[in-house]
Design a protein. Structure first.
Lengths: 605, 459, 139
């Protein structure tokens, strides 16, 4: 990892004796109608290291900013404080002003005397003036201790590892290759395609899954920038964003690849019902939806008969939410000991698609659909529901508290009977004849424990991989440089997986496109002169794992000292109090700066 | 395409960007940030006077119950401060013409009657203005002035004059410390050239006037779901939850699901996808602010399909919120303006009941926010939303080459799904730009100098 | 205002997080609500940066009350909120041990539009400081 100096900034001059300029804004009366701006400026002029203190009607205007630029040139200012509106509006403006005048952007402090003084103190102008003065004092105190900071730049490899060769991984690989990246796609099985190889026609456009897959795989295979490794697995990972080292085992050979980012596209598993769950593995006539899809494919043309075990099927009964929407006390946890409380999202529409196909191809076959809620939420999905009703699919609705029961039929006729307490007919107990019972199974999280350990990822309560925040950073993990694409994060259908994969590609692209990763300079820094290598900071930095102990040579002796990887540090500062020697501080927000601010507020002017 | 203004005589400026994002709601902002982060120069055109779209007006958002403003304002600020993103608020796209792989776009900036460069958002004009107008942002439950900053956390913090209600008394002009008010301001036409377009034009709510059986918008204590969002917002119009007719805190609230969704009689056959979850969320928040309230949700199917949604739904049931499977046939009111809902209760004996509540909330469906016909060459589908060319492999692609779609513009969608789709649309747009030779300054290729020059003048 | 009077006014420190509480305080300004001028806001990325002793030193320096305004569980830094809660707990223990009124150190979560919660917290602290008069004032 190397630190690159930003090209456009002049050498910083923050190590000289502080010479502070203070500028108090009137904001056209918004501040000066309440706060005596003159008094604040006058008091600021008396503060330590303050060389000049002025006021202006609009500091953010061109003349206001020019005043600062001129003073920096004429008076040799090396620190600036502006007291005006909230820094959320104009902190950036004034940082740029400093850069224009040749100063480091971070030798600036902003005192908020509008939103947090004049606008909230109308009836107490004297108090407001005193408060504004102290806040200016605090800003001066902080800026005196400021050091020039440079954005943290980390060289980044423009190659990406994608783990998983299903539709999400393939889609993500294509997007990244077309954005100018090299991609290594690692698939643990012998062939690409993942879950899609098991599917038939795909809603909402009725295209065959194998056609979709074929076009995607041939694109990826033709793409010289994408290296596909099948029957391969990741065995070790080290490094951080921009510079991961990944060991991959492929054909009994271990190779190490260098990548700037890692995308997890490991998908999900389909739920395998427990033996005896709705008669599964007990009656051969009970199968899962994926098994049924394969059965439908093998059947003859549409005028043929639907058969199971060589016997014609007259009645099919679909049972929804098998292995999804489970409730403690009602459902049994699966083999992984986990209750699947979530909705699997795609199974309602997939089940109705199958129901419609039966009715269209085998009009003599009755279809019964036993559900809890029909969740055809997606675009075009509701029409599958409408079509099913029109085509004579008969619906029954059960409550989780009264699960349907499946048993052998007593008399001749259908093989099985599905007993339902049907809430659509006001709770009547009904017996549905069935030659075939299709359990509409959903998605379950894969066992990714090795990858999770290697990459230090976390799971959501539902067992799927956890994003940082579903709205702010939906495709990123808490580990910087590791991204999520598709079904490893939550149940998703094909379109949703592709969307998620493209979104992940966009984030990867933004992070690595420049060939370096640029981060805000507010990272923790350990002072090797104070550090004694206690490791206390490392202990509190569990989430980011940004700190490590490294060997440092000093006077011919090797010492263990804390070192922060700025690429991983978010600048939260929770390591600061952990150090018994005060050796670790966050640049731009050092504890001594906060202490100085409190001193200034406690002081009287 | 008519000749109109294409002679160039009325065109005052010509700007060049890599991408145009139509709509500055959460999907548009996210698309723009994603493209900007990849080094492309982006113009956002937003028709409202502030960015933030629908999301900035919401209270808390499901399933995490984060404060909506706390999630949305950082995104707004990130776009507004982004070196590669320019924003025109209170502006509209008029016309688009394809020029090779690129597009010539005509944008109109509507007059605020306040000079943007001079306004400092101090609201002194607003305090001086004597005219009170129902505030759209507060679901018409609160008031604003005829000159106003759109809402407290609006970006940009700029005032605008509502000429329809202004009486030209001149008090605002006197109050303005920067003399920014100018009643003679004219619409400004701007010619823009872009390499790609993302449509993030969002949705609008079904109008309660169209739901005649539910009172057609005339029943005082029948509120829309967006109005309840404002009642629940920490900075809402009343400061607490009460019913509009008499200011009483409601002790019984009914939610009517699928109000204008999955209903052929109003021409909307699709599921609006967010109403189940927002109703459950509102019910939970209402239970929090009104400890004694009874809440009943009348539903057809509860569609809690997203990550963490089903658990959220089960929590609501555990909290005592009553879920009744029933389609509400009609809403009337009694002599005290208490809404009365007529339902067939399916889970009991199917009898038709009339149930009285203090307040009823219509979980209104989502309609397309904008029709691109004649303005942008993208097609709409039968549902009125922008048609996706490849719903499986590339849902963000429209049927028009180089034009992409994000968020609820392509059909009702919740916030997490909209944000992810915005990322996908940005990826598609970036690939399109690369394929057609547009450069990205992050790509360390030649910087698009024209666009760089233009980066100033952010609205 | 004479200097003697000025010196006697209480000082309440509001430590406000960059992501939530600081914008929340700005929001109070944007709606032009009024609160005591004896309050001083310091912007902090995450409150977990402060050791327990920091709070004690503040009181020693003459600060009368501190409200640590966090993002609560919406904290953008994983684990930081929990660390902060731990450290505040220890600070309050230390205060008790030193005979300081632990109510002088309050913690609360303030969102970006939590204007009412902000005003109430400030009002409560102002009253607490005023009621206890000279007793509360640290030396």
């Amino acid at each position: 990892m190397s630190k690159v100096n930003p090209p456009n900034e002049k050498p910083a001059n923050g190590n000289q004796q502080p010479k502070v300029g203070v500028y108090v804004c009137r904001c056209g009366g918004n501040i000066s109608d309440v706060v005596s701006v003159e008094k604040v400026a006058e008091a600021a002029g008396q503060m330590p290291d303050v060389v000049v203190a002025r006021q202006n009607t609009f500091m953010c205007s061109h003349p206001g900013q020019q005043m600062i630029v001129d003073d920096i040139a004429k008076l040799g200012l090396n620190r600036v404080v502006v007291a005006a509106c909230s820094p959320r509006l104009h902190e950036l403006t004034f940082r740029k002003t400093l850069v224009r005048a040749g100063l480091n952007a971070y030798l600036f402090e902003h005192a908020n005397i509008r939103e947090q003084v004049s606008w909230v103190s109308k009836s107490d102008p004297e108090g407001a003036t005193a408060k504004a003065t102290r806040l200016v004092g605090a800003a001066v105190a902080k800026v005196r201790l400021s050091r020039p900071l440079d954005p943290i730049k980390v060289d980044a490899t423009r190659q990406v590892l994608i783990i998983g060769g299903g539709v999400s991984g393939l889609r993500c690989a294509r997007d990244l290759s077309q954005s100018g990246f090299r991609v290594v796609l690692v698939e643990q099985s012998a062939a690409l395609g993942g879950r899609l190889t098991e599917l038939g026609r795909l809603y909402p456009v009725q295209v065959e899954a194998r056609e979709v897959l074929h076009s995607l795989i041939s694109e990826v295979s033709r793409d010289a920038a994408i290296q596909v490794l099948t029957s391969a697995e990741v065995t070790a990972v080290s490094g951080s964003i921009g510079n991961f080292s990944v060991a991959v085992r492929c054909a009994q050979q271990e190779t190490t690849i260098h990548v700037g980012a890692i995308v997890l596209a490991t998908g999900f598993d389909t739920y395998e019902p427990l033996p005896g769950e709705y008669g599964y593995a007990e009656f051969p006539e009970v199968i899962t939806l994926p098994q049924f899809v394969r059965l439908l494919e093998k059947q003859g043309p549409s005028d043929g008969q639907l058969q199971r075990n060589g016997r014609p099927v007259k009645n099919v009964c679909l049972v929804h939410c098998v292995g999804s929407r489970q409730i403690e006390g009602i459902h049994q946890p699966g083999p992984d000991g986990r209750l699947h409380e979530y909705c699997s999202r795609f199974c309602c529409t997939a089940a109705l698609q199958a129901a419609n196909e039966i009715r269209a191809r085998f009009p003599a076959v009755n279809v019964f659909d036993v559900y809890r809620d029909i969740r055809t939420y997606g675009r075009g999905h509701e029409s599958y529901y409408e079509q099913a009703s029109k085509q004579g699919v008969i619906f029954f609705r059960f409550l989780a508290e009264q699960l349907p029961q499946i048993r052998r039929a007593d008399a001749d006729g259908s093989a099985l009977v599905v007993q339902v307490k049907d809430t659509l007919t006001w709770g009547e107990d009904l017996e549905i004849p069935a030659d075939l019972v299709v359990l509409v199974t959903g998605a379950v999280p894969r066992d990714l424990s090795r990858l999770i350990d290697m990459l230090k990822l976390s799971r959501s309560p539902d067992g799927f991989l956890q994003e940082v925040h579903p709205k702010l950073r939906p495709v990123e993990t808490a580990v910087s440089g590791v991204f999520l694409a598709g079904g490893c994060q939550a149940p998703m259908d094909v379109g949703e997986s592709c969307t998620a994969a493209s979104a992940a590609a966009a984030r990867v692209s933004a992070a690595l496109l420049k060939g370096y990763v640029e981060l805000e300079p507010f990272a923790a820094v350990a002072d090797p002169a104070l550090c004694t290598g206690t490791g206390a900071c490392i202990e509190v930095c569990q989430h980011q794992r940004a700190i490590s102990l490294v060997d440092v040579m000093a006077d011919g002796v090797t010492l263990r000292r804390a070192q922060v990887n700025p690429a991983l540090c978010g600048g939260c500062g929770m390591c600061v109090p952990a150090c018994p020697h005060g050796a670790i501080q966050v640049d731009g927000w050092r504890l001594e700066q906060f202490e100085a601010m409190v001193d200034a507020i406690a002081a009287d002017y | 395409m008519s000749a109109g203004s294409s002679t160039g005589e009325t065109v005052q400026q010509r700007l060049v960007f890599d991408a145009l994002v139509v709509g500055g709601g959460i999907a548009g902002l996210q698309s723009a940030i994603e493209l900007g982060d990849q080094g492309y120069k982006v113009l956002i055109v937003e028709k409202a006077p502030s960015i933030g779209g629908k999301m900035i007006g919401l209270s808390k958002v499901f399933p995490t119950l984060d404060c909506s403003s706390c999630i949305c304002t950082p995104r707004m600020a990130a776009a507004a401060h982004h070196e590669n993103v320019t924003i025109f608020t209170y502006s509209e796209v008029r016309r688009t013409e394809r020029a090779g792989s690129r597009f010539q776009v005509e944008v109109v900036r509507k007059p605020r009657y306040v000079h943007e460069a001079d306004c400092i958002g101090c609201r002194l004009c607003e305090y001086a203005c004597p005219i009170h107008v129902e505030h759209e942002f507060e679901g018409n439950l609160g008031a604003r002035k005829a000159i106003y900053v759109p809402f407290a956390n609006a970006i940009p913090q700029l005032a605008l004059v509502d000429l329809e209600h202004c009486v030209f008394c001149g008090l605002c002009e006197k109050a303005c410390p920067t003399h920014a008010i100018n009643f003679l301001q004219q619409p400004e036409e701007i010619a823009v050239e872009v390499g790609t377009i993302i449509l993030a034009t969002g949705y609008k709510m079904m109008s309660p006037e169209r739901l005649k059986l539910y009172g057609g918008g005339r029943l005082r204590n029948v509120l829309t779901s967006l109005q309840v969002e404002r009642l629940l917002a920490p900075h809402g119009p009343y400061g607490r939850v009460l019913r509009p007719s008499d200011g009483k805190a409601p002790s019984s609230i009914g939610y009517v699901q699928c109000a204008g969704s999955r209903d052929q009689s109003v021409g909307v056959s699709y599921c609006s996808r967010v109403c189940c979850m927002y109703a459950i969320k509102q019910a939970m928040l209402l239970s929090g602010s009104l400890p004694m309230v009874d809440i009943t949700i009348y539903y057809m199917d509860i569609r809690a399909f997203g990550k963490g949604f089903e658990q959220f739904f089960q929590n609501a049931k555990a909290m005592g919120i009553e879920f009744v499977k029933a389609k509400v046939g009609r809403i009337t009111e009694d002599e005290n303006q208490n809404p009365v809902v007529r339902v067939e209760v399916m889970e009991q004996d199917g009898r038709v009941e009339e149930r009285k509540h203090d307040m009823v909330v219509l979980s209104l469906g989502l309609l397309p926010g904008w029709d691109p016909s004649g303005v942008v060459p993208a097609e709409i589908a039968e549902d009125g939303f922008i048609r996706s060319a490849d719903p499986l492999l590339a849902p963000a692609r429209t049927t028009a080459e180089g034009i992409f779609v994000a968020g609820a513009a392509a059909g009702p969608k919740d916030i997490p799904d909209s944000i992810v789709e915005a990322g996908a649309a940005a990826m598609e747009a970036a690939i399109y730009l690369r394929r057609n030779g547009s450069s990205s300054n992050g790509d360390e290729r030649a910087v698009n100098e024209q666009a760089a020059v233009v980066a100033q003048g952010r609205g | 205002m004479s200097e003697v009077q000025q010196a006697r006014r209480p000082k309440i420190l509001l430590l406000a997080t960059t992501a939530c509480a600081y914008p929340g305080a700005d929001y109070v300004g944007q709606i032009h609500s009024e609160y005591s001028t004896d309050t001083y806001i310091i912007r902090v990325p995450a409150l977990a940066v402060f050791p327990p002793e920091f709070y004690l030193r503040c009181f020693q320096k003459g600060i009368d009350g501190i409200i640590a305004m966090s993002c609560g569980h919406e904290c953008p830094y994983p684990g930081a909120y929990e660390r902060f809660a731990e450290r505040i707990g220890r600070a309050q223990e230390l205060m008790k041990r030193q005979g300081l009124d632990a109510r002088r150190l309050r913690t609360t979560a303030i969102c970006t539009v939590c204007g009412r919660a902000f005003l109430k917290e400030v009002q409560d602290m102002v009253q607490r400081v005023a009621q206890s008069g000279g007793q509360l004032v640290g030396k």
